[in-house]
Design a protein around this ligand. Structure first.
Ligand code: PBG
Length: 322
């Protein structure tokens, strides 16, 4: 035999020397769900071990994440039903929960990179990511609200805005709105290839944001499509995206790799709520080792090509590797 591949696997030292992919806390983005109130720390039933927190509790969490080496948080807020409408009014409120949260997090942890969700679903009386007219999710009217929303988050101090809505042309409109308003340092992490996936279920429970009618297939992508992901990514980069995202992650590892091969901007992947819930559920039944499943899963996402991974496991992984 000329080659014995097992030579490179024979001891921990040698295996460590030839490890191709390593996870570090800086690879992770921690999503946070923020609700009104004080001292609120409610476990989300379909996301065991994950919590909706009021802002005071969120600030403690941000400090804990920072001390573990996590350097980026992605903010989602749960909007009160009474404030929801079909125009995204509350999304633009300078004193809204999102805007207050951004300011407060910057205050307690100025170095933490703050990313904010841009989409109307948490604010929509229809639970859709855009403005609804009849059965249609209206593109251009939605885009102009999203651009204002992005400026409002930038004013509050967001470092990156993260449009998760999949409307056409929103990256260009947001970039232009940020430039016009003088926010030359605000980044855009675009959910470029976001698929219409069943794996968002627990997230919609967390924010009470499930679509009231129909589904999201007229704006989120068909899971059968691959080339379309490349088209979306190219468009978003041409319109000014700094980071492009593929979402979900695990059923779309091929797309992550293809996007990684195609672009020269950082690629992120969102290991979504349903993917987390599957591991938690199997672990609760004693069918999987949770830590091993968590590490193997996130490693596979990085190996596929993701430079950044948004995951509900961010804190647990940081604890384990630091
Ligand atoms: C909505 C949004 C969703 C997620 C992030 N932003 C759900 C959806 O599109 O319905 C899902 C995240 C997750 O499942 O963890 N703009």
């Amino acid at each position: 035999m000329i080659y014995r591949p097992r030579i490179l696997r024979q001891s921990p030292a040698i295996r460590n020397m030839v490890t191709e992919t390593r996870l570090t806390p800086a690879n992770f983005i921690a999503p946070l769900f923020i609700v009104e109130g004080e001292s609120v720390n409610e476990e989300i039933s379909s996301l065991p071990g994950y919590y909706r927190k009021s802002l005071d509790m969120t600030l403690l969490e941000v400090e804990a994440l920072w001390s573990l080496g996590i350097q980026c948080v992605l903010l989602f807020i749960k909007c009160k039903n009474a404030l929801k409408d079909n125009a995204g009014t509350e999304a633009l409120n300078a004193q809204g929960l999102m805007q207050r949260s951004i300011r407060a997090i910057r205050n307690v942890c100025p170095e933490m990179c703050i990313m904010t969700d841009i989409a109307l679903d948490p604010f929509s009386s229809f639970g859709h990511d855009g403005i609804v007219s009849g059965n249609e999710i209206v593109n251009d009217a939605t885009v102009s609200v999203l651009a204002k929303m992005a400026v409002s988050h930038a004013e509050a101090g967001a470092h990156f805005v993260a449009p998760s809505d999949m409307m056409d042309g929103r990256i260009g409109a947001i970039r232009q709105a940020l430039e016009t308003a003088g926010f030359h340092h605000t980044g855009i992490m675009s959910y470029s290839a976001k698929y219409a996936s069943c794996f968002y279920g627990p997230f919609r429970d967390a924010l009470d944001s499930a679509p009231g009618f129909g589904d999201k297939k007229s704006y989120q992508m068909n899971p059968a499509n691959r080339l379309e992901a490349i088209k979306e990514v190219r468009l978003d980069i041409a319109e000014g995206a700094d980071i492009v995202m593929v979402k979900p992650a695990l059923s779309y590892l091929d797309i992550i790799r293809e996007v990684k091969n195609e672009v020269v901007v950082p690629v992120s992947a969102y290991h979504v709520s349903g993917e987390y819930a599957m591991i938690k559920a199997a672990a609760q039944k004693g069918w999987l080792n949770e830590q091993q499943a968590m590490m193997e899963t996130t490693l596979s996402i990085k190996r596929a090509g993701a430079d950044l991974i948004a995951t509900y496991f961010a804190k647990d992984i940081a604890k384990l590797i630091s």
